[in-house]
Design a protein around this ligand. Structure first.
Ligand code: NAP
Length: 360
């Protein structure tokens, strides 16, 4: 990938912001992590990038806010073991469940294993994801487009299968690592006709010509839409909220790795300025807020978007999932019928995979 792949929209985005009314959070709310005290947390994709940083942030919480246990769902056992050491070193208990989260079959199996390990989950973090550099749609052996399978379907299977564990405590939080690309690339509009098929676009359109921008952003949009509907039908006490980290090019998403490899080092500061790039330490803060702040108690169906257009975080109050910090709205997320249709179609799809014998 080279600079021509990076859309003008992204490059110039720090220069523009639409007018919108802002309410800012208090410093106490932003920094509060009290909800995490002594809790059981499950995270997918904790071995790299933002997920690994969540683990590091959990490990560095003051003693009174530390979780009791963190369950790590990862595809690499060795990476999961080294991640678990970070937690064990500060006396947080850990469990590791190994599997490929892009395989619906294996996600069902991992959910069963979780049920055998713990009786309740207080915080479920959906974070694992990919952003391919392929210019064509890539379809797995099970027939599913790769981004749809990993970025979207692992979310829906885990949340639905782990619901008995989430309803066991009096309150629990589902926290999703979402993305601004739902607006920038997908334009907030889901294309139902090519949701997980081999046919259809892969590259982005006017918003971004990045390889796989279309399939990546649509899978993220599906995450937001499913969460919107789920927030309305979840049992009482279970909240579901989405956070956006902004542009964090230091992670191992293929798109970012390729950008780093193709852009000469001396140009990176300029590219980072244009992209309003954040470090992982900064990018993870919206997620830490929705996981830990007592401000989020009972709040559900929200989007914490602390402005992806800026390098520094803008501490806006969370908005409804369909709404972005600049007042723009994702049409498909705002439409209850489309969200409900996606929810129902996903349920049918999950049933199909549930019936397939578990791969070992
Ligand atoms: N970075 C950004 O700018 C940005 C912006 C918006 C949203 N996000 C979202 O943030 C989340 C984390 O991404 P990241 O940027 O931190 O990328 P990352 O560094 O590549 O981390 C991705 C994590 O997911 C795991 N993973 C990938 N494929 C998997 C599979 N098939 N089965 C199990 N685990 C798998 C990875 O495991 P390994 O360590 O084994 O590879 C890793 O732990 C994603 O959902 C992404 O969409 C990122």
């Amino acid at each position: 990938m080279n600079l021509r792949f990076v859309s003008l929209t992204i490059l110039l985005s720090p220069l523009f912001t639409l007018s919108a009314s802002y309410n800012f959070l208090s410093a106490n709310s932003i920094n509060d992590r009290s909800y995490l005290s002594n809790k059981t947390v499950l995270i997918t994709g904790p071995t790299s990038g933002l997920g690994l940083q969540v683990v590091k942030d959990l490990a560095s919480l003051p003693t009174q806010n530390k979780p009791f246990k963190v369950i790590l769902l990862a595809r690499s056992e060795s990476k999961a073991i080294s991640t678990s050491e970070i937690l064990k070193n500060v006396d947080i208990k850990t469990e590791i469940i190994v599997g490929d989260l892009s395989s619906p079959n294996q996600v069902f199996r991992m959910a069963e294993e979780t049920k055998n390990l713990v009786n309740s989950i207080d915080v479920l973090i959906i974070n694992a994801g990919m952003f391919s550099t392929a210019t064509e749609r890539e379809v797995q052996s099970d027939g599913l487009e790769k981004h749809f399978a990993l970025n979207y379907l692992h979310q829906t299977i885990l949340i639905t299968q782990l619901l008995p564990l989430l309803t066991s405590p009096s309150s629990s939080r589902v926290c999703i690592m979402g993305s601004y690309t739902t607006l920038e690339f997908a334009k907030g509009k889901l294309d139902f006709s090519t949701l997980h098929s081999k046919e259809g676009k892969s590259m982005g359109g006017p918003g971004s010509s990045l390889p796989s921008a279309h399939v990546y952003s649509h899978a993220k949009l599906a995450q937001h839409m499913w969460a919107k509907h789920a927030s309305k039908v979840m049992p009482k006490g279970v909240t579901i909220n989405v956070a956006c980290p902004g542009n964090v090019p230091g992670t191992n998403l293929d798109t970012w790795s390729e950008l780093r490899s193709k852009i000469p080092r001396f140009l990176m500061p300029g590219v980072n300025w244009l992209l309003a790039s954040r470090t992982v330490e900064v990018g993870v803060q919206p997620m830490m807020f929705i996981m830990g702040s007592s401000y989020m108690t009972s709040k559900t169906g929200t989007f914490t978007d602390w402005s992806w257009k800026k390098k520094s975080l803008q501490y806006f109050e969370p908005k409804p999932i369909e709404e972005y910090h600049n007042g723009e709205v994702a049409e498909s997320v705002a439409d209850p019928q489309q969200c409900s249709r996606l929810y129902d179609e996903t349920e049918a799809l999950m049933e199909r995979f549930k019936e397939v014998p578990v791969a070992v």
